[in-house]
Design a protein around this ligand. Structure first.
Ligand code: HEM
Ligand code: HEM
Length: 252
């Protein structure tokens, strides 16, 4: 290794493993599509349900990764790093300590985003499997609240980056943080071959489970057609007939 490369390596610390970063940015894309396609009038509406199910696969992966992933991806790391009280008192003095992985508030926001995403997906699935009979209002309210949380998340990332002078967005892109802000910290333990196997198994299990719930999960269709039971889920579909020119006649 050349002298320059050796210095460059020492100047930065590996924090976020590649699968975790890929998870994050794919989730951002899936959620962006889910929000932009949510309204019936949206030209992207046929992609709403697919993007929601893709988010579900990503979240299943992230939960498995929380047990087997790289060092700072693990849920067990939540309790390291000084605790919430210490972190909050630092924030109140405008001097929060820069954390190498998530700080305690970062963990809370990550878990909250994941939990509310799960409830959003679950209520969305409820609309589809009940043929529009359940979940609609709940899905809409929770879905738009999730957007509020995402906005708070993005603002918090920029505020924390400024307060700790640690570029958090760059770290989520490259996987590295500047070593100068984190003396005496070493590179994160990387995920093992076994971690990758478990991650892939979680993805496969999620796809299998989703297809059991909604066999047309990955077929483009409008939210309106799914709402009116025009899928083959077999769960509580509404009794809908079609006349000879293809218009729906709702029997309820
Ligand atoms: C739909 C939009 C988004 C969702 C659902 C989302 C979700 C999440 C989640 C779940 C985590 C935790 C990561 C993990 O441990 O797996 C996280 C972390 C993070 N996100 Fe996002 N995110 C979104 C948008 C963004 C955007 C637009 C940015 C950049 C401007 C961003 C920057 C970050 C950063 C820097 C972290 C790491 C924070 C830390 O160091 O503690 N996120 N995000
Ligand atoms: C995290 C992913 C998701 C987000 C953020 C999300 C968000 C939303 C929002 C905000 C609406 C309301 C649109 C409006 O105001 O008219 C909506 C509608 C809808 N969503 Fe989702 N959704 C997600 C996942 C899903 C999934 C997985 C399904 C189905 C399996 C689904 C099915 C539907 C349906 C059928 C509607 C139409 C309901 C109506 O018109 O009242 N969504 N979604």
């Amino acid at each position: 290794m050349s002298q320059t490369a050796a210095i460059a390596t020492a100047e930065r610390i590996h924090v976020w493993d590649a699968p975790l970063r890929l998870f994050h940015w794919l989730l951002v894309i899936a959620m962006a599509v889910a929000f932009l396609s949510a309204e019936e009038a949206s030209p992207l509406n046929n992609w709403h349900i697919i993007s929601g199910w893709v988010a579900a696969i990503l979240i299943a992966f992230r939960i498995a990764w929380g047990f087997v992933g790289g060092e700072h991806a693990r849920f067990s790391g939540m309790w390291k790093g000084g605790g919430l009280g210490h972190h909050l008192s630092g924030m109140l003095r405008f001097k929060p300590t820069a954390a190498i992985g998530h700080n305690p508030l970062g963990w809370i926001s990550a878990l909250l985003l994941i939990a509310v995403s799960i409830v959003t997906i679950w209520t969305g699935a409820l609309i589809v499997t009940s043929g529009g009979a359940a979940g609609e209002d709940l899905h809409e309210i929770i879905g738009w609240s999730l957007l509020g949380l995402v906005v708070i998340h993005i603002v918090a990332v920029f505020v924390m980056s400024l307060m700790t002078r640690d570029n958090l967005v760059r770290a989520m892109v490259t996987g590295y943080k500047r070593a100068g802000r984190h003396p005496d910290v070493s590179n994160a333990r990387r995920p093992s071959f076994f971690s990758y196997l478990v991650g892939l198994a979680a993805i496969a299990a999620a796809i299998f489970g989703i297809l059991q719930i909604d066999p047309q999960a990955f077929v483009p269709r409008s939210t309106e057609s799914a709402e009116h039971g025009e899928n083959q889920t077999g769960y509580g579909q509404r009794d809908v007939e079609h006349d000879e020119i293809g218009h729906e006649i709702d029997n309820e």
